[in-house]
Design a protein around this ligand. Structure first.
Ligand SMILES: Cc1ncc(COP(=O)(O)O)c(C=O)c1O
Length: 392
């Protein structure tokens, strides 16, 4: 029997696939399990967005193959959002293209640009899909260490110039998964300058752009002068508008990269379904009104989670953005020990920090994907390993 490629066979299991398998075992024993691992929003898609989808479904012109590089209305709605939200004017259609989510966009970008011998610079810790996309192209990762002390921003001055010289991409994600860290325009300017100096494509993954809970709204890399020459930005409807199941992403920025991405995408599919493009058009036209209640929902979820830990006598700090609590493990325990214990004893699935890179091993991540009351109760129970460690 022919085997899948050596590259595919060599890729480590996705942390969430491993967690799902473990969860299934406990469920098969007859238990109900609360899954706070994957960041799949529990807040439903807003009603007005559902209505936009229904209207699109009813339109017989929306049932054929979609416009691969995006309907003009989607282009316009996204461009207007970029002007309103960031003061950035895109040149359409050359500077944007829709994708079925930013996960797909990333995999396609890496496939379009990377081959064995190439590298991509990412932070250690980072969204695990970056690592897997690079591995699938047979390319290599260079992980830049980050710590809470520097707001999880990498020290770009410390990057080995030889490694920088070999890199195709520097990928940064702020607001950040898993840490919830935010960043500043000054830091984006640093990243733009670094990428210009080393002739690297800067990818800004801004999947959580509307989920800043404390402080200024997140900036776009394109607010920085010269960014258009080196950068592309990945926007997503999944978290900002609670439409993860629709699969809508927008890639915008440097036109030759968009052209290469479009070219690659003609090889692998027919683009984003028209119905989803119409939903995206509605979402970007009404972005502020749609995302505000969702953001409030996350505020309430974080407050409930912190309260649950507090009731158990454990203090945790919510992040300024995003939808995850990123908590140091109790002394003397590993991230996987805490994860296994919470699954076995509390029937709650969380994510071990090492799933986001070796630098994440001293942490676990809890997703704010349950209603506040349930989350409060769950977090009170999740505190057990910290309570036990404090009692020793
Ligand atoms: C940092 C980051 N980027 C991208 C994605 C994927 O987004 P999408 O649903 O648009 O593929 C996620 C999902 O969790 C994420 O955390």
């Amino acid at each position: 029997m022919p085997a899948p490629t050596r590259i595919l066979q060599s890729i480590q299991p996705y942390v969430f696939t491993t967690l799902i398998a473990k969860k299934r075992v406990v469920e098969a024993e007859g238990h109900t399990v609360l899954d706070l691992s994957l960041g799949s929003p529990d807040q439903p898609m807003p009603d007005a967005l559902i209505a936009a989808v229904q209207e699109a479904v009813a339109d017989r012109h929306a049932h054929g193959y979609p416009m691969m590089f995006g309907e003009p209305a989607l282009h316009e709605a996204f461009a207007e959002y970029m002007v309103r939200r960031f003061g950035v004017t895109l040149d359409l259609p050359a500077e944007m293209t829709p994708t079925a989510g930013s996960k797909e966009a990333l995999a396609h970008l890496v496939s379009a640009y990377c081959e064995p011998g190439d590298t991509m610079l990412i932070t250690d810790v980072a969204y695990p899909v970056y690592e897997r996309a690079v591995a699938s192209a047979g390319a290599e990762l260079v992980r830049l260490p980050v710590t809470a002390a520097t707001g999880f921003w990498p020290d770009l001055e410390a990057v080995d110039p030889v490694q920088a010289g070999r890199a195709k991409f520097l990928l940064l994600n702020f607001p950040n998964n898993p840490t919830g860290a935010i960043t500043t325009r000054e830091r984006w300017a640093e990243a733009v300058a670094f990428c210009r100096r080393h002739d690297i494509i800067l990818i800004s993954d801004i999947a959580y752009s509307e989920l800043v809970l404390e402080g200024e709204p997140a900036p776009s890399v394109f607010e920085i002068e010269g960014a258009r020459e080196v950068a592309i930005e990945l926007h997503s409807g999944s978290k900002n508008f609670s439409m993860a199941g629709m699969r809508l992403g927008i890639v915008c920025g440097r036109r030759d990269v968009i052209a290469a991405l479009n070219n690659y995408r003609t090889l692998v599919g027919y683009g984003v379904p028209t119905i989803v493009q119409r939903a995206g058009t509605f979402a970007f036209r009404h972005a502020e009104a749609l995302s505000a209640p969702i953001r409030e929902g996350y505020r309430a979820r974080f407050a409930a989670a912190v309260e649950g830990f507090r009731e158990a006598g454990v203090s945790v700090t919510p992040p300024p953005a995003g939808m995850y609590l990123w908590i140091p493990v109790p002394e003397g325990q590993t991230d996987w020990e805490v994860t296994e214990r919470l699954l076995a004893e509390e029937r709650i699935v969380i994510t071990p920090g090492s799933g986001f890179g070796p630098g994440g091993a001293p942490y676990i991540r809890i997703s704010m994907v349950a209603p506040p009351d349930l989350l409060r109760e769950a977090c009170r129970r999740c505190a057990a390993p910290w309570v036990a460690a404090a009692a020793r």
